[in-house]
Ligand binder design. Structure first.
Ligand SMILES: Nc1ncnc2c1ncn2[C@@H]1O[C@H](COP(=O)(O)OP(=O)(O)OP(=O)(O)O)[C@@H](O)[C@H]1O
Ligand SMILES: [Mg+2]
Length: 307
């Protein structure tokens, strides 16, 4: 099995602060690999190292068969990168931006028109070719930024929170495009805070405080990550009562989901004790990815406090 990306103990320190701590991951070709974690977890830092934009403090990585430390320039010319704050030129049109990036990425002159036509098709940008970027809505800008990032047909594209600040409809369209790209063989590494997007990744890596806590398919994470019996409880003043429930001996975990509480019981039989305590019948539910991540993030914090 050949991996598009394989890292070993990749680490980034800023002074004596460790932003990415011994990250070891492998990503298959054509996979959509989601990077999730709280703010400051180290997602952008990891991506910037993998793109050759930031020098690792320790560890190694092989990207498309090239050594990240020794063959950085070759790697750079085979990947695309869309940063958290995508850089388009507001005072240029859609076409002018695409042409500009075609120049930056040295797409040969005779191929440019064909490639730009393709990208306008792939990215659903038709009809807006001559519009100034300043006049485009977030979803269109985002699809244009993606097109600019992949204009040179990279084998891997890194997308750092590509859908923040974009409408839910545009986010879905954007992910459809990502899935098309992956089907065509492109490897996609994407960071997101949205669970519906995480669900559409082939693999999800969850990192917190620079460390990889879990990596698996969305299905396996939901099936295997929570040890216990999960229920949903609809009670008054739910948001203020998580600590109260966590103090109960048979409750492993309690978190807020909108107006409801999700409570992880040690065992199913404790549903009865919970009912006696609250007078409200709880509903057994299947864990969502959100439940998994809340639980992972909490276990990490507990670990830190005990360290
Ligand atoms: N150049 C730098 N110098 C010092 N510290 C940095 C630098 N870049 C990032 N950090 C720190 O490293 C940590 C990880 O930052 P990073 O941007 O990688 O997180 P992230 O997971 O992308 O977060 P977000 O979800 O907010 O984008 C943060 O604590 C950040 O302040
Ligand atoms: Mg970031």
């Amino acid at each position: 099995m050949e991996y598009a990306i394989a890292t070993k103990d990749l680490t980034k320190r800023f002074g004596n602060f460790t932003a990415v701590d011994k990250l070891t991951i492998s990503i298959k070709k054509g996979e959509i690999y989601g990077f999730l974690g709280p703010n400051g977890a180290g997602k952008s830092t990891a991506i910037r190292m993998l793109c050759g934009l930031l020098e690792p403090s320790a560890g190694s990585a092989v990207i498309l068969g090239y050594d990240l430390l020794k063959e950085t320039e070759t790697i750079k010319s085979n990947i695309g990168y869309m940063s958290q704050k995508f850089s388009l030129y507001d005072d240029l049109s859609v076409l002018q931006n695409l042409n500009f990036y075609a120049g930056i990425y040295s797409v040969p002159g005779q191929e440019r028109r064909k490639r730009i036509r393709e990208l306008i098709e792939i990215s659903r940008l038709a009809g807006r070719e001559n519009e100034l970027v300043a006049n485009l809505s977030g979803g269109w800008k985002q699809r244009l930024a993606l097109s600019c990032a992949i204009i040179a047909r990279p084998s891997i594209v890194f997308l750092d929170e590509p859908t923040s600040g974009v409408s839910p409809t545009s986010r879905r369209v954007f992910f459809n495009i990502i899935q098309d790209l992956a089907r065509s063989g492109m490897t996609v590494m994407v960071t997101t805070h949205f669970m519906d997007e995480a669900e559409r990744c082939n693999k999800i890596a969850f990192i917190s405080s620079g460390r990889l806590l879990s990596v698996d398919t969305p299905e396996n994470l939901k099936r295997n990550s929570l040890q216990g019996h999960l229920v949903e409880l609809d009670i008054p003043h739910a948001p203020e009562r998580t600590e109260e429930f966590e103090a109960l001996p048979y409750v492993k975990d309690c978190s807020i989901h909108g107006p409801l509480l999700h409570i992880l019981l040690e065992k199913e039989e404790y549903e009865r004790d919970l009912y006696e305590y609250t007078g409200v019948k709880a509903q057994a539910i299947n864990p969502s990815l959100e439940d998994v991540f809340v639980s992972l993030a909490k276990s990490r914090r507990v670990g830190e406090n005990h360290a």
